[in-house]
Write a protein that binds this ligand. Structure first.
Ligand code: FAD
Length: 319
């Protein structure tokens, strides 16, 4: 099922915010098996609306693994899955193969990305005859598959390092992606809710009216928190330093306090009215996302009526 239909169906029955999980492709066979087990456990205990699997830009073996993971999560585990797909080192024939593999496994959701440059390359270059920007990939998928896929694109509330021009240029590029056929936007992680809300106002003022899905990064350790925020070059509000710096060496306490900080952020986003769905970057970890959802009372209750999550359970096959 497409994500838009799934969220619409939920909204027709409930005002409760929804959520989804992102997983990345592990580097070993054992890692892949562990991930399947974790995805299955997390699905059963939390019932996300969908999950997504990242694409390893570069077109190597790990990219191939994405399609395998998508196939298993969608058709064996029965999870509504969104496949990331990038243009990095991807001739159109390989893009066709990936899309066809997703379609055959029943996956109806693609996050269409340009991709980062491969590790050994400074700047991003298209392959011969390939796509230059994410919008080209979006247009290609729409032209080829019509409405079969829901197509998501990436949004950057605090900017993208390569954008030449002012903040408005990036919004123009975002609008081009939506005009090409994208029907939802998932954002880069961030910790400053005020910056995000201002960005939403500007996105709407540009005439972009598709759902805005914030990317939420849980805080697990102090080092990982700093590393990820610096890597994505996002602003960290002073409150985070005030609360986390004094306890930086105590991982358990950092996770406790970090979870409360992330929950305050999520509540602020939901209260803003721009957001009704949270996309959690799990980093393939179970505990921190579950703590956030549990404390926000977003986990399913045993006396809740069956909805279309559970309707697919009879077709789940054991691994
Ligand atoms: P684009 O929207 O094509 O933008 C790339 C750059 O080109 C931007 O600077 C933009 O301003 C500029 N640009 C766009 N259109 C034009 C135009 N018409 N003229 C001039 N300049 C233009 N990377 C991966 O490798 N694998 C993943 O699975 C992955 N998942 C992601 C998930 C999310 C939610 C996000 C936010 C990012 C993800 N990324 C992933 C990272 C992403 O691939 C990089 O940030 C990449 O550098 C940009 O991709 P994009 O799709 O935003 O590209």
């Amino acid at each position: 099922m497409r994500i838009s239909e799934k969220l619409q169906s939920h909204r027709s029955k409930s005002t409760k915010p929804t959520f989804s999980f992102e997983y990345f492709v592990p580097k070993t066979t054992q890692g892949v098996q562990n991930l399947y087990d974790r995805m299955d456990r997390m699905y059963q205990s939390t019932l996300p609306q969908f999950i997504d699997i990242t694409w390893n830009a570069g077109g190597g073996v790990l990219s191939q693994l994405t399609t395998d993971l998508v196939e298993t999560s969608q058709s064996v585990l029965g999870l509504e899955t969104c496949m990331h797909l990038t243009c990095t080192n991807m001739p159109v024939s390989q893009i066709d193969d990936a899309l066809e593999s997703a379609r055959l496994s029943g996956c109806q959701n693609i996050l269409a990305l340009r991709g980062d440059p491969p590790v050994n390359q400074d700047s991003w270059k298209p392959v011969e005859g390939g796509f230059q920007y994410a919008k080209d990939l979006v247009k290609y998928i729409r032209d080829r598959y019509g409405d079969y896929f829901d197509i998501g694109v990436a949004g950057y509330p605090e900017g993208h390092p390569e954008t030449v021009g002012n903040d408005d240029t990036l919004l123009d590029h975002l609008k081009e992606k939506v005009d090409a056929g994208a029907n939802f936007i998932i954002t880069q992680m961030f910790y400053d809710g005020d910056l995000f809300i201002k960005w939403c106002q500007r996105v709407r003022a540009k005439g972009i009216d598709v759902p805005l899905i914030p990317g939420i990064m849980p805080i697990t350790t102090y080092a990982a928190f700093l590393r990820r925020a610096n890597w994505c070059d996002v602003h960290i509000p002073q409150e985070y330093f005030d609360k986390l710096d004094p306890i930086r060496d105590d991982d358990q306490l950092v996770r406790e306090v970090g979870t409360d900080l992330v929950i305050s952020l999520c509540r602020k986003l939901l209260d803003s009215g721009y957001v009704s769905h949270l996309h959690i970057y799990t980093m393939n970890l179970e505990k921190a996302p579950q703590m956030i959802l549990d404390r926000m009372e977003l986990l399913p209750k045993h006396d809740e009526p069956l909805d279309n999550h559970l309707a697919i359970l009879p077709w789940r096959k054991s691994l």
